[in-house]
Design a protein around this ligand. Sequence first.
Ligand code: MF3
Ligand code: CO
Length: 247
Amino acid sequence: MIRVKSEEEIALLREPCAIVRDCLNFVGGRICPGMTTEEIDALVHDFICASGAEPSCLGYCGYPASACVSVNEVVVHGIPGDRTLEEGDIVSVDLCAYKNGFHGDGARTFAVGKISAENEKLIRVTEECFFKAVEGLKAGTPLYDIGYKVQTHAEGNGFSVIRSYTGHGIGREMHEDPSVPNFGRKGTGVRLAAGTVLCIEPMIAAGNWRVKVLDDGWTAVTQDGKCAAHYENTLVVREDGVEILTL
Ligand code: MF3
Ligand code: CO
């Protein structure tokens, strides 16, 4: 069941979302070769706590960190550890903050130093997929138009769309209905109501979309070992468009 939010609830949601935005910008400015993924996690943890919020990921279904830090072939849910970032890597940072009784959620993929033209394109197209999906999105839009637009743009650029992870509703819970796939048939799915709060999060692979989860139970990698990128924002569906809360 989709829980549509009131203006009062949306007002409470703005602060955790702003913290997510600021934290992503803060971390993005500090990514450099030689850094470990757990150093990124520590930056995220301290930033969120210093903002008076809680890192929603920490302890979520047993997840052991405050951020998901996913390097190269890691698609999502990379558990921070001693992996060191190298020049030419790409690293996705996904984090959630809880404050005022609400969660905000966002992700970005960052370049580590100078990266290949192919990886530049992967990051750019993944971001573009998000903006294509929100273009024209407003109350009454069929849910799966989002995935249709993401998929069309990704595949049109020679990339593929991850199938086994999706965007989602968000609010008092980190994951609420509806599930928001990054693929789909135009004109299908529930028509979104004004006040629906969604996380739209294209996860795009340079090669094949098939993934496997490592023995740690979280880390999702591409089966072909090629890179993947991730871009996510929390937004409110409005009568005449969207209000993006994590930008
Ligand atoms: N932020 C992720 C999402 O977009 C959730 C990560 S799962 C967790 O849904 F266990 F790390 F919290
Ligand atoms: Co999310």
